[in-house]
Design a protein around this ligand. Sequence first.
Ligand SMILES: Cc1cc2nc3c(=O)[nH]c(=O)nc-3n(C[C@H](O)[C@H](O)[C@H](O)COP(=O)(O)O)c2cc1C
Length: 153
Amino acid sequence: MKKVLITYASLTGNTQFIANEIHDELVKNEELEIAINPISNFKNGVGLDKFDYIIIGASTWGDGDVPPGTEDIFTSINNSNTNLSKVYISYFGLGDKKYKEFNTAVQYLKEIFSIKLGANKIGNILLLDGYPNSENISLAVDWASESIAKLNK
Ligand SMILES: Cc1cc2nc3c(=O)[nH]c(=O)nc-3n(C[C@H](O)[C@H](O)[C@H](O)COP(=O)(O)O)c2cc1C
């Protein structure tokens, strides 16, 4: 059984909603043991290295920032000694193309989790434009299924 974490940073619930949809799809796969938790549960990165695979999503706010209230948690993870070199990871973001800094929070996540802590990125980064409508839900669910399929290759 592969241990999978779906985690997210969300202010108004859109990213959380997409994370739940991904969860509801992946949970059908009996080879996976799936947890879903907000990133705020992983202060200083504690516990992240127990997973084989992490799917992480964040929305972008302000001038291309992570959701208000989650800055400190990401800083604490970035400044930790957590070693994710045995962990695989995929990233998704929610943003809105009408903003200049479209979906940039995800790049920051990649810098922390893959560049700093060493998690191995699988698949492309999914950048969703807009809200959890049916099109974005199916994009996210398909993307997660494809990403996880790459894990076994
Ligand atoms: C005040 C405000 C600022 C925003 N700034 C950005 C931004 O800089 N870049 C972007 O791509 N999206 C931006 N967005 C869009 C949000 O990322 C989008 O609404 C997202 O679905 C929110 O997800 P959440 O509910 O998970 O936080 C902004 C939205 C608001 C209301």
